[in-house]
Design a protein around this ligand. Structure first.
Ligand code: S3P
Length: 427
């Protein structure tokens, strides 16, 4: 692998700027937006309730509108996007709109009670017979000064509640058991919101007091660190390689995997670090490295939750055992990711032991030979992770159903192949 590429836009931030930008109701140009299925589902759902968002070539434009948000005529279809569904549910509850939220078969199985319960405590009226999509929102009345101690570390829950409070013009205090990605807080801060966030004795505490956010005419979305990690690990595990990834989001609550990979012996450097639209960005230089297995520190798990599939691939080619635990959230992502990783490893003869909240992986120095086609379980990060593992096989790896890669990284195959991989068209 060798060369230089610009990191595609951040999925979490692309969705948040559409939501918060629509509340701001102003003319705004968004640069670096991730034009992929998940942010596009959120964009379409917002336009259904009266937002005025247009895509033109590489840019997205929010337009000031004269009409307020309104009840949608059609169902709000969030496709595969957990972030889209949970965050827009917060916004709609805060606005008190009647709506029906639906999604694809994977999203329709994912747990929604984690947002429904606190929203109902806040005064939302929500109907969901099974605690999954479809969800119906009725007229809600959000209370002031709601305080919520989150039982699980989830940026989606936190952001959902913050959006409900902003839309309803109320104050809210949220306590999270471990710090999770803070893009929503940073964005509120960027637009002049009265928000305090950060760590208090190792616990995340967010205190938002309603004030009117101040519009700006532009916003720049940084590159998605989670997407960059596929390039990083591919470069680390292949020989004589060096890649430069430009414009990667380096928000501290997202880059836990850099710490983990460095503990494993990775040669990774950061340059050109700067702050843009209140988010850290920079360039990453990565070189082939000899990796060693480690016990992944438990406190870091919420910060690497989306990167565990690709970390598992790095671990599969490291010297020794890598232990990942306290990661049961992986079971309720786009697929049961612990199960999906284990299934792929069994087909590749990678020694591993799976348990309820984690997996131990014993690395190999042998070239891998898949016994059967790998199942992506319709999960973009599982598909991309096993395609990266193909670097270590003699004849490449076939992965079943890679269509969902388009939810987060539509140019994955072209970018990886431009850097020297050979991912087959049929994947
Ligand atoms: C996200 C938060 C994470 C992450 C997801 C995106 C977000 O989920 O796994 O891909 O944009 O807030 P949880 O907050 O549920 O852990």
């Amino acid at each position: 692998m060798s060369g230089e590429i610009v990191c595609p836009g951040d999925k979490s931030i692309s969705q948040r700027i559409l939501l918060i930008g629509s509340i701001l109701n102003c003319d705004m140009e968004i640069d670096g937006f991730l034009d992929s299925a998940d942010p596009n589902s959120t964009l379409n759902a917002l336009n259904e309730i009266g937002a005025s968002i247009k895509k033109e070539q590489e840019k997205v434009f929010l337009n000031k509108r004269n009409i307020p948000f309104h009840e949608p005529i059609n169902d709000l279809d969030l496709g595969n996007s957990g972030t889209g569904a949970r965050l827009i549910l917060g916004l709609i509850s805060g606005l008190g709109l009647r709506s029906k939220l639906v999604g694809d078969s994977s999203l329709s199985k994912r747990p929604m009670l984690r947002v429904i319960k606190p929203l109902i405590q806040m005064g939302a009226k929500i109907d969901s017979s099974k605690g999954t999509l479809p969800i119906f929102t009725i007229d809600s009345e959000i209370t002031n000064n709601f305080k919520y101690e989150m039982p699980i570390a989830s940026a989606q829950v936190k952001s959902c509640l913050l959006l409900a409070a902003i839309a309803a013009e109320k104050n809210i205090k949220i306590i999270e058991p471990k710090t999770t990605r803070d893009h929503t807080e940073r964005m509120i801060d960027y637009f002049g919101g009265d928000i305090n966030f950060g760590k208090k004795e190792n616990i995340g505490e967010i205190d938002y007091k309603f004030n009117n956010l101040i519009p700006k005419d532009s916003y720049k979305v940084p590159g998605d660190f989670s997407s960059a990690t596929f390039i990083i690990v591919a470069t680390l595990i292949s020989s004589h390689s060096e890649v430069l990834i430009r414009n990667v989001g380096l928000n501290k609550t997202r880059i836990g995997l850099l710490k983990v990979l460095k503990l494993m012996g990775a040669n990774i450097q950061i340059t050109n670090q700067k702050l843009e639209s209140n988010e850290e960005v920079g360039d990453i230089i990565v070189k082939s490295s000899k990796l060693s297995g480690i016990d992944v520190p438990e406190h870091i798990i919420p910060n690497i939750i989306d990167e565990i599939p690709i970390l598992s691939i790095a671990a599969a080619f490291a010297n020794g055992v890598t232990k990942i635990s306290n990661a049961s959230e992986l079971r309720v992502k786009e697929s049961d990711r612990l199960n999906a990783i284990s299934s792929g490893f069994s087909k590749l003869n990678i020694n591993h032991e799976i348990f309820q909240d984690g997996i131990n992986i014993t690395g190999t120095i042998e070239k891998i030979e898949p016994k059967e086609i790998i199942d992506s379980f319709d999960d973009h990060r599982i598909a991309m992770s096993f395609l990266v593992a193909g670097i270590k096989s003699k004849k490449g790896i076939s992965v079943k159903n890679c269509k969902n890669i388009e939810t987060s990284f539509p140019n994955f195959r072209n970018i990886m192949n431009s850097l020297g991989m050979k991912i087959d068209e049929k994947n």
